[in-house]
Design a protein around this ligand. Structure first.
Ligand SMILES: C[S@@+](CC[C@H](N)C(=O)[O-])C[C@H]1O[C@@H](n2cnc3c(N)ncnc32)[C@H](O)[C@@H]1O
Length: 239
């Protein structure tokens, strides 16, 4: 494990972001203002969310990856900023899930703030567990907690769920389930990073009959550190 991929450093980042005395109740990003609740991943403290929106074409620089009028499932919506931007940029139906109840409430608030609650539903769910069995989407997306923690690590706060995944158990389920949730011609996407263990993820994908295709890689700065965001498409290996 390198310093970059260290789960302990990621947990330190989580603690710092959750407890900063100057943590705001609202923030501005992508030209809009957003509510930020406690214990929810804070987009202002890392360039990852803004980069994720750029990659998806939601910030106005480049065409959106989502088909106009199509359906979008965002797993792990946090404040809801990506899900709301997808609705504002023309998605016809958006479902946003999160395992953190504060994130679900945060997503609902931002949907109301931006008047997209008629086409955005926020659901408390462990990945896809609370969704109807047959529900399918044109795009399924997770900007994940891509840092690998030891299998036996137990979360101390909801906030930590945004940062690390013990044993990549949630990633393993996502690799299996996300491609089953897309419409014909749809895409199952994972926003990953070089803070994650791409070799381990690729092994998991192979073991479970999935292949990963890199759709986009881009570097961004976080403080003095240059990081890389990696957008992956997950497909069944037989296709
Ligand atoms: C890196 S944060 C991204 C938040 C938001 N999408 C953004 O870009 O600002 C990852 C999110 O995934 C959520 N998450 C972690 N494990 C999950 C699971 N098993 N099911 C649903 N959401 C999960 C976390 O609570 C967190 O909100």
């Amino acid at each position: 494990m390198t310093d970059r991929t260290s789960y302990e450093r990621s947990l330190e980042r989580s603690r710092a972001a959750a407890s900063r005395p100057d943590r705001p109740d609202t923030f501005t990003m992508a030209g809009h203002e957003w509510d930020l609740l406690g214990d929810v991943f804070a987009p202002p403290y890392s360039a990852t969310t803004e980069t994720a929106m750029e990659v998806l074409g939601l910030t106005g620089e480049g065409p959106p990856l989502l088909p106009a009028g199509g359906s979008f499932l965002e797993v792990g919506s946090g404040t809801g900023i990506i899900a709301v931007m997808a609705a504002l940029r023309g998605a016809g139906r958006v479902v946003a899930t999160d395992i953190n109840t504060y994130a679900v409430e945060n997503t609902r608030r931002n949907a109301v703030r931006h008047r997209v609650e008629d086409r955005l539903t926020a659901v408390h769910s462990d990945l896809f567990a609370a969704l109807d069995r047959g529900d399918r989407f044109d795009c399924v997306y997770w900007h994940s907690n891509f840092v690998l923690a030891p299998d036996e690590y137990r979360y101390r706060t909801d906030h930590e769920r945004a940062y690390v995944d013990p044993g990549y158990r949630a990633h393993q389920r996502y690799l299996v389930e996300a491609p089953l949730r897309v419409t014909d011609g749809g895409a199952a996407l994972l926003q990953f990073s070089d803070r994650g263990d791409l070799d381990r993820l690729t092994d998991l994908a192979t073991t479970h009959g999935r292949v990963l295709k890199v759709l986009d890689r881009r570097a961004f700065l976080e403080g003095a550190e240059t990081l890389e965001h990696i957008l992956l498409e997950i497909r069944p290996s037989s296709v």
